[in-house]
Design a protein. Structure first.
Length: 111
């Protein structure tokens, strides 16, 4: 598939962000796929997209290291892989992804 925001990809892979599963385009950086799952809010973050600002730090485990401590990496640098587990987010990412990460609020009952 082709979209000007994302690198060309053929399939979606499953990653976990703070315990929630998402299908995202392969061959893209984690920061870019954050924009895929939350296109309205990521542009409001103060991200430089080129590894200088350090505002996109995440803690993650790759499929080959499920029991290890999360390693600290920059979301603008790491390419997603099927089974990637993101368990820590910088404050800037928490703010921009808050809408998709908060638990769904129950609907109020009909009156």
């Amino acid at each position: 598939m082709s979209d000007p925001l994302y690198r060309d990809y053929e399939r979606l892979v499953e990653i976990t962000i703070m315990g929630k599963a998402f299908k995202v385009p392969e061959k893209n950086t984690v920061l870019r796929v954050f924009q895929y799952v939350s296109p309205e809010t990521i542009p409001y973050g103060r991200f430089c997209w080129n590894q200088e600002c350090q505002l996109c730090k995440i803690g993650c485990r790759t499929p080959g290291q499920p029991d290890a401590r999360p390693r600290q990496v920059l979301a603008c640098k790491l390419i997603v892989a099927d089974g990637l587990e993101i368990s820590e987010l910088s404050d800037e990412l928490k703010w921009t992804l808050a809408g998709i990460l908060k638990p769904a609020e129950p609907r109020p009952p009909y009156e």
